[in-house]
Ligand binder design. Structure first.
Ligand SMILES: [Zn+2]
Length: 392
């Protein structure tokens, strides 16, 4: 169970504990003590770009944060596929083989698979430092199938039931919480019909957008095109790709027998968050999902998912073909290092911002709010920042 920074310092000083990891900072007692555990509920708010999490006991929130998921998987896979294709095309004389054309059961596109894996890694990481009792996960963000079905839609949307709430949340996400006409974001937004109902427009999701009250009034019984926004009509036709992908990710996590997660519907979270008067954020959502109410909150971590390997395909090398750089730098970006700034007597911890070739480093000195440029030979490696990197 976590302790206070003061107690941790004393334990380390008297050798009663040792540092287990710096990412996040964890200590381990060196002598066996009696076990006193309190139940810990972990809530996760899975998202397309971010994952919010919060581990909470009855008394306090122990750890919370937001993970930024990598978005560049597809961008990195595309050239690889291109190179392979070009290479295979040169072997035109080779007979085609079809035994390797099947995808394994449970195959997901790499970008989606990566998101599933990041969620799993996060949960495993937290389980390794905290005795977590239950894992709750937010589900049913958007039931796209149900929403796109106009029959059930019409009635329930009008009666403002759960689906009605879901539709509005879906539209807010789809149009980035901005009025589609004037692009204002910090005003109450209304669900709005592209072709008004008075002109025969339906309550289908493809006929709905989000707008501020003023624009809604001004538009009146005009269609979006008549109102001067022909592109809006086209935009509504597209479905929210993120929503579909999210549903796949959450389904995978719920099915995983190792995780044993408990689903919490999204509308419940929103309802409880509003009751507690918390503003919308990934961490607050996760806190509510974990069953948080009036517990003391913790300072949330900003976590970055970083690549484990910085190898890069080297092109345009004079006289040489394309090759993969396999050279590893002793220290790379996001690693934690220790070094002594000139004029200071003690070593201090720094996080590497980036590297400059083999020798140079750029680190951020938060104490003086400036960059420093130590030499690799002068620093001590403390902890790798690869994978899930817990920053501040
Ligand atoms: Zn507006």
């Amino acid at each position: 169970m976590p302790t206070t920074p003061r107690k941790a310092r004393l334990l380390l000083k008297t050798n009663k504990a040792k540092i287990k990891t710096h990412n996040p900072f964890t200590i381990q007692l060196t002598t066996a003590t009696g076990e006193t555990k309190q139940p810990i509920e972990l809530g996760t708010d899975p998202g397309f770009k971010f994952i919010g999490f919060s581990a909470t006991t009855k008394k306090e929130e122990l750890i919370s944060g937001v993970v930024k998921i990598r978005q560049n998987i597809k961008k990195l896979m595309d050239p690889r596929r291109g190179f392979r294709k070009a290479r295979r095309n040169r072997k035109w004389h080779r007979k085609s083989r079809f035994n390797n054309r099947k995808r394994k059961a449970g195959w997901l596109p790499p970008s989606t698979q990566h998101k599933v894996q990041t969620h799993k890694n996060l949960i495993k990481k937290l389980q390794s430092i905290l005795p977590i009792t239950n894992i709750y996960i937010e589900t049913n963000k958007f039931d796209t199938q149900k929403m796109e079905n106009p029959d059930i839609k019409g009635v329930e949307y009008q009666h403002g039931t759960l689906q009605g709430y879901e539709v509005k949340e879906y539209l807010l996400e789809k149009f980035e919480r901005k009025c589609v006409y004037c692009k204002k974001s910090n005003t109450p937004l209304e669900v709005e019909h592209v072709i008004p109902r008075s002109r025969g427009g339906s309550d289908r999701i493809s006929n709905l957008t989000i707008s501020c009250h003023d624009c809604n009034q001004k538009k009146g019984s005009q269609t979006a095109e008549e109102f001067g926004y022909p592109d809006i009509q086209k935009q509504t036709k597209r479905s929210l790709k993120a929503a579909t992908q999210m549903n796949i990710i959450v389904k995978r996590l719920l099915e995983d027998p190792d995780l044993n997660t408990i689903p919490i519907p999204a509308y419940e979270t929103k309802f409880r968050r509003k009751q507690l008067n918390l503003e919308k954020s990934h961490v607050n959502d996760a806190f509510v999902i974990a069953g948080g109410t009036t517990q003391t909150r913790s300072q949330p971590y900003q976590i970055k998912q970083t690549r484990r390997n910085n190898r890069k395909l080297q092109q345009n090398r004079k006289r040489y073909g394309i090759s993969i750089r396999k050279q590893r730098y002793p220290i790379s970006a996001n690693d934690l290092i220790e070094y002594r700034v000139r004029g200071e007597s003690k070593f201090r911890l720094f996080r590497v911002k980036s590297t400059q070739g083999l020798r140079g480093l750029i680190v951020r000195d938060n104490k003086f709010d400036q960059n420093r440029f130590p030499n690799v030979s002068k620093v001590k490696f403390i902890c790798s920042g690869k994978g899930l990197c817990f920053i501040g």
